[in-house]
Design a binder for this molecule. Structure first.
Ligand code: ZN
Length: 302
């Protein structure tokens, strides 16, 4: 039956290809041969596909205010470089630190003004920069009264207050880097104030947050201030001479000020790695577009 079927196939083939040529005929003859029975090659067993745990998709909570998630401040491009005539050496006294801060705040105002205006927000310069000494509470200037505990500096109502002994120590280059980082951070809170982010967050957008959720919210706010500070410093790396030892000190400071190093540990400003992540993102990109901590997954604001 098989052979007969083979010839039948041949006949049909010849009828179709008659007169076409040798090549076709020899092909047809080959078809007429008994078809060898092939032992089927066992198909290779598919290797088991490793089961990967799905990466959880982070979704920004719908309750988070639009003013923090999609603020116009984020989409105005780079912070400009401005001429900034800082003192030529690190401050070594209370008076020197204060005059350093008052020069630096003018540079911050000048650099951020066009970004704030482009975002169609109303710009106000920082109204006052003052110093205090947390070891001498009775001598605290009125503008800085009731300073928060453990603070190196704080921002409140357009004012920046500096706990000056924190920045005058035995290692001036590091102290200067710590001060620049802290002061640019406090100015970051001023920007959050101008942009409506501070109010929105301080007034609270949650009904009954757990302590952990509350702390994460605070970290988002604080880490954003770090990033905005970094964006200013990155944009003005020439004025701030951030190329040699001063850059390395700033990088060191960014990494070594995490909540885990404070006593008692209060997780409200971010771990060393989170702080470095946001400060350096601002520094490298020199733009508030790097600073949307409110859409970042929790692991980045730890
Ligand atoms: Zn802060």
């Amino acid at each position: 039956m098989l052979k007969a079927a083979g010839f039948a196939v041949l006949a049909v083939a010849v009828a179709v290809v008659a007169g076409v040529g040798t090549a076709v005929r020899s092909e047809v003859v080959a078809v007429s041969q008994p078809v060898p029975t092939l032992t089927p090659t066992p198909a290779p067993r598919p290797k088991p596909i490793p089961v990967l745990k799905p990466t959880p998709i982070f979704r920004v909570e719908a309750t988070r205010p639009k003013v923090v998630v999609a603020n116009r401040l984020y989409s105005q491009g780079k912070v400009p470089a401005v001429p900034c005539a800082l003192p030529g050496r690190p401050p070594l006294s209370k008076a020197e630190l204060l005059s350093y801060a008052r020069v630096m705040v003018k540079c911050l105002d000048q650099a951020w003004r066009p970004v704030v205006v482009a975002a169609k927000l109303k710009f106000r310069p920082v109204a006052l920069v003052e110093v205090y000494d947390s070891r001498k509470p009775a001598a605290t200037p009125r503008a800085c009264e009731d300073p928060p505990k453990r603070a190196g500096a704080f921002y409140s109502d357009d004012k920046i207050c500096i706990n000056w002994p924190e920045y005058i120590g035995t290692f001036p280059i590091r102290d200067e880097a710590t001060f620049r980082d802290a002061f640019a951070h406090e100015y970051g809170h001023h920007l959050q104030n101008l942009a409506g982010i501070l109010d929105s967050y301080e007034l609270g957008h949650r009904k009954k947050p757990t302590k952990a959720v509350q702390l994460e919210d605070e970290r988002r706010l604080e880490l954003q201030a770090n990033c905005l500070g970094g964006a200013f410093l990155g944009a003005n790396s020439v004025s701030f001479d951030l190329f040699g030892p001063k850059y390395l000190e700033l990088q060191y400071v960014a990494k070594h000020q995490g909540d885990e190093l404070s006593a008692p540990v209060i997780r409200d400003h971010g771990s060393g790695s989170s702080r470095a992540r946001w400060t350096l993102a601002g520094l490298y990109q020199a733009s508030p577009s790097a600073c949307n901590t409110f859409t970042a997954p929790p692991i980045e604001v730890s």
